[in-house]
Design a protein around this ligand. Structure first.
Ligand code: FAD
Length: 492
């Protein structure tokens, strides 16, 4: 008998989403992640839960419809991590035609099931306040709906839920070898220690590493189905005061987003370049940062330069190569490749996918494996993630309730905690009746109590895990505070 029904390599959104779904179906699941959860692409996305307006242009109607439908499902599942976001699309006379964009947005509004998100409206940017941050040559535009998410916390909370449903999540555990027999025998490097386990079914959800895992861990012949595409983002001090995002058409026909981020900042991305090399070492280069600043300066009255960038990050998209020539032409949908050759234990390989479609991808993966696993039904569409058991627009009420219960919290602190932990803020703050009952404040509003919670319940082990993946407090920490946090976490 195997130790596990299902073993998953990769603790990004796809691996964590599958682990949660499978554990909730009663399967015995183990997930191994070589670093921290979401340390790969899943913390480096544009953080949009969207259909992808630009994919419509390429006729990817099925992908766009499926993704649009997921928006409100996910919003209801995780109202603390995901919020509706209105996008302003200024019309650029040199860009796509008004008619084409109007038509695209009409389709966008119609094909996505929309009960919560408001429809598109036309804007007169010469009179509307949304036109104020823009240069005066932009006269007209549209405003439409999508959603914004905390991508890394989405991964972590899928993993938390998976564990609460019986899964084993092993971070800093690299799968170094997988041997196929009637069951899979996995050899793991768990913080320098060799560990073995076996599982009836294996899923390779290693994202941008999927083919290197296939070659070096599974010793499979090269499949060459993967194309890697690097995308970079920058974060600058807030460019404008309102809560909408802008979607900008760059001169080379790419789109660049400017999104309100962490209250005091604007997130700007993304570039789109083909990539080769180790996805673990990807960083934005000077040219990409200048490119993003240049697009912003074309559109906004404010001028930014590389010196204004307070944080920059890059990620690598793993695209399933369907033979299309240009990177932008490759469909962003996912592909699930099932290999059950030689009567051996089955292997499912996950290629591509979007943050937006992870829940559907997990359902599809388990459907593909249904012949090998006990009968089960999809269940995740209506099940909130941990802390997400409140109504989609109940955030402000939860913040108010949190401040009544813990009156020493400032409005901003309560808001940050609610948007990270939702109703589980209770578990973070416990019975504290005054600020110092939460222990020392390590930097910004991060307390010892919160760090303890993250270490005991969310696999945080280093300062970066806390500052860049469990939160974005890295934007507010000095180097000395970061060192103090690291020392605190290592018990020094
Ligand atoms: C720039 C950019 C912007 C994006 N923006 C959006 C967006 O706005 N909206 C959207 O819906 N999608 C977006 N995406 C797509 C989305 O981010 C990805 O599809 C998604 O994060 C991929 O998740 P994953 O789990 O497949 O891969 P990853 O998150 O990379 O996870 C794979 C994991 O496997 C681990 N691993 C590798 N080898 C091993 C091994 N041997 N043993 C153990 N673990 C291993 C890695 O460490 C890694 O953590 C964007 C992508 C990029 C690059």
């Amino acid at each position: 008998m195997a130790d596990f029904d299902l073993a998953i390599i990769g603790g990004g959104i796809n691996g964590a989403g599958i682990a949660r779904d499978a554990a909730g179906r009663g399967l015995k699941v183990v997930l191994v992640e070589q670093n921290d959860l979401a340390s790969g692409t899943s913390s480096a996305s544009s953080k949009l839960i969207h259909g992808g307006l630009r994919y419509l242009e390429r006729g990817a109607l099925r992908l766009v419809r499926a993704a649009l439908t997921e928006r409100e499902i996910l919003l209801r599942m995780a109202p603390h991590l995901i919020r509706p976001l209105r996008f302003v699309l200024p019309l650029d006379p040199a860009g796509r035609s008004r008619l084409l964009l109007r038509l695209g947005l009409l389709v966008y509004d119609r094909i996505g099931r929309r009960e919560i998100l408001p429809p598109t409206r036309a804007l007169d940017l010469t009179t509307d306040a949304l036109g104020l941050p823009l240069r005066s040559r932009f006269h007209r535009g549209f405003e439409y709906s999508d959603c914004f998410a905390d991508d890394a916390r989405l991964v972590v909370l899928n993993a938390v839920d998976a564990v609460e449903r019986g899964a084993s999540i092993r971070t800093r555990t690299r799968c170094v070898r997988a041997e196929r027999g009637e069951v899979w025998r996995l050899i793991l490097d768990a913080r320098g220690e060799r560990v073995e386990l076996n599982a009836r079914v294996l899923i390779n959800a290693a994202g941008a590493w999927v083919e290197s895992v296939a070659a070096t861990v599974l010793r499979q012949a090269p499949l060459n189905r993967l194309r890697l595409d690097k995308g970079s983002h920058i974060v600058v001090p807030r460019l404008y005061d309102h809560d909408r995002a802008y979607i900008l058409q760059a001169p080379d026909a790419r789109v660049v987003f400017a999104i309100p981020f962490q209250r005091d900042f604007t997130l700007i991305g993304t570039t789109d370049r083909s990539f080769s090399g180790d996805p673990g070492t990807v960083t934005p280069n000077e040219g990409e940062i200048d490119y993003l600043c240049g697009v912003i300066n074309e559109y906004f009255r404010a001028n930014i330069a590389a010196a204004d960038v307070v944080w920059a990050f890059a990620g690598v998209r793993a695209l399933y190569d369907d033979g299309a020539r240009k990177m932008q032409d490759i469909d962003r949908d996912y592909a699930l490749v099932l290999d059950k050759s030689f009567g051996g234990a089955p292997l499912l390989t996950v290629y591509g996918g979007k943050l937006t479609t992870f829940r559907r991808l997990a359902e599809d993966a388990l459907e593909r494996l249904s012949h090998f696993l006990p009968h089960s039904r999809p269940w995740t569409a209506k099940a909130p993630l941990p802390g997400g058991d409140f109504v989609f627009d109940g955030g402000p009420a939860l913040v108010a309730r949190t401040r009544r219960r813990w009156p020493f919290l400032s409005q901003d602190h309560a808001r940050r905690l609610v948007s990270a932990y939702g109703t589980r803020v209770e578990q973070v703050l416990g019975a504290a009746d005054r600020a110092d009952a939460l222990g020392e404040c390590i930097g910004a509003d991060l307390t010892a109590a919160e760090v303890h919670y993250l270490m005991s319940k969310e696999w945080a082990e280093t300062a970066d895990d806390v500052l860049w993946r469990r939160s974005k407090l890295g934007l507010r920490f000095s180097a000395a505070q970061k060192a103090a946090l690291e020392a605190f976490m290592q018990g020094k």
